[in-house]
Design a protein. Structure first.
Length: 510
């Protein structure tokens, strides 16, 4: 007799049982890296947890000339390789693969989009889909406008059911191009049907920033300039640019990471409590924060920003080449692979509290965290001798790789005398809930299917971020401040250390 496994009480309520209306998802660029590594495995895992509706179908659309069976074989290989959950459930996989088909689409040819429309109509009939469409652009950003306009020309943005388009960051390369992209997308789809995806917002720990702040009465009252000394946000990667030399040499760390990921973390850390956890309220508060960040202009850019580029060095015991020796990178490139900013938020909550942001490639380790540093006690009750080993209180929210939260506080050392030492109280998702957090794309894809844009970026949010980045980008391209070099495996150029030392502070070492 089979004995049923007792349910895990710590995992109660963790599974997402939201089920979307049946639809067809068209993945443009379906044979590419993003689709294989992230989208197809995420859809498989949604199917495994029964979050996909009956009749749901996926149509791959790319320039490769492959058959339906070849696309299904490719999808199976990618799911086996990259799925978050192992081992693969063969029954779920077989059912999911049966929902896949493929249409060759040259984005410049309207006839190919008309052929795609014909395939979607056939699926509507055979799988009882009421005309619902999700168009996912897993393609280079310059193709977004072309795809949107071709969808309009082929009348794929109209008809019964909902029609949504998903585009990946970066959303433009500056304010003007971002506005142009928005205008084109809004010409074809209403703003509430445009889903700008920044996968950081799908990470459980990023969402938990809001839960930590607004679901616990003990933290929000101290989350302000009265008690907080400074905030540090680190987005560090040990890897180099991998195979993205052509793209990265045009973008750099400022546009690739700071404009989107890092500023999103600033907004979530600093925002006011929203009226509700819904798309309008949450995104309204994020936009308010971005608009309250004091723009860096003129001499402030030289004083409050740092840019750097990695040279050859050692990372995790492995020797690595310098940025200018990477494939598809100009040998005299001035593109930054490291960026650090000192930001100020001009509102009552954060007046006088600096936000230090850094992001870079070829750093000692891959880690993303938010470090909230509190002020020291106004009076050393126990004397300087007893307190010499005590650091200021701090809360660290770890986004990756080990999702969790750490609280640093002072405690008495067990001894005959009175001596205080800093200790950490740690919370980790995996050990606390005994389940692995879902992959970011799983949450975001399901939200898009359901029609919940809360964790997606709104047009005015994108523009507010570019308002801050454009003046810095222009100054950097003119050589101010100068590009600093750092060996692979270091925490950026020396100027990054000096940026905080000038304020009497230092970077936290993750």
């Amino acid at each position: 007799m089979k004995v049923e496994e007792a349910p895990n009480p710590l995992a109660e309520g963790l599974h997402d049982y939201r089920v979307a209306d049946t639809a067809v998802m068209v993945i443009f660029g379906a044979t590419g890296d993003l689709s294989g590594r992230k989208l197809l495995p995420a859809l498989y895992n949604l199917a495994k947890q029964r979050s996909l509706p009956a009749g749901f179908a996926v149509v791959g659309a790319a320039m490769s000339d492959v058959t339906d069976d070849a696309f299904r074989k490719l999808a199976s290989e990618k799911i086996h390789q990259f799925s978050r959950t192992k081992p693969i459930d063969d029954r779920v996989l077989e059912a999911f693969l049966s929902s896949l088909s493929y249409v060759k689409v040259d984005f410049s040819k309207l006839d190919d989009f008309r052929a795609l429309a014909q395939r979607l109509q056939e699926l509507d009939s055979s799988r009882h889909i009421p005309g619902n469409r999700i168009f996912y652009c897993a393609t280079p950003p310059p193709t977004y406008q072309t795809i949107a306009l071709q969808l309009q020309a082929a009348a794929l943005n109209t008809g019964g059911g909902f029609h949504r388009i998903v585009v990946e960051k970066p959303f433009g390369s500056d304010l003007n191009s971002a506005r142009e992209l928005t205008q084109t997308l809004q010409k074809v789809f209403p703003e509430n049907s445009v889903y700008r995806i920044d996968h950081y917002l799908g990470k459980e720990t990023v969402q938990n920033i809001l839960a930590f702040r607004f679901a616990n009465s003990i933290f929000e009252p101290v989350w302000n300039a009265n008690l907080i000394d400074s905030v540090q946000i680190t987005v560090a990667e040990e890897i180099g640019i991998e195979q993205r030399g052509a793209y990265y040499d045009q973008a750099g760390a400022l546009r690739d990471i700071v404009q989107n990921h890092a500023l999103q973390l600033v907004a979530l850390t600093a925002m006011e409590p929203p009226l509700a956890f819904d798309a309008t309220a949450v995104r309204d508060e994020k936009v308010k924060v971005l608009r309250a960040v004091r723009p860096l202009l003129g001499d402030d850019i030289a004083k409050s920003t740092v840019r750097g580029q990695y040279t050859k060095g050692w990372v995790l015991g492995e020797q690595v080449i310098g940025y200018c020796d990477e494939k598809n990178v100009a040998p005299d490139s001035q593109t930054e692979t490291f960026a650090a900013l000192r930001l100020s938020i001009d509102n009552w909550r954060w007046a006088g509290v600096p936000f230090y942001v850094r992001a870079g490639k070829r750093l000692p380790k891959s880690v993303t965290e938010i470090r909230v540093q509190f002020k020291r006690p106004p009076h050393l009750t126990f004397g300087r001798e007893a307190m010499q080993e005590v650091d200021p209180n701090a809360i660290t929210l770890r986004i990756q790789p080990e999702e969790g939260i750490s609280l640093k506080f002072g405690a008495k050392v067990p001894s005959a005398g009175l001596r205080i030492r800093s200790v950490n109280m740690d919370f980790q998702y995996l050990t606390s809930f005994l389940v692995e957090a879902p992959e970011a794309y799983e949450r975001l894809l399901l939200d898009c299917m359901i029609g919940d844009p809360t964790l997606f970026t709104r047009a005015d949010e994108v523009e507010a971020a570019w308002h801050l980045i454009d003046p810095i980008e222009e100054s950097w391209r003119n050589g101010v401040p100068p590009l600093g070099m750092y060996p692979g495996g270091a925490w950026g150029p020396e100027a990054a250390t000096m940026l905080l030392q000038a304020d009497g502070r230092e970077w936290h070492r993750p």
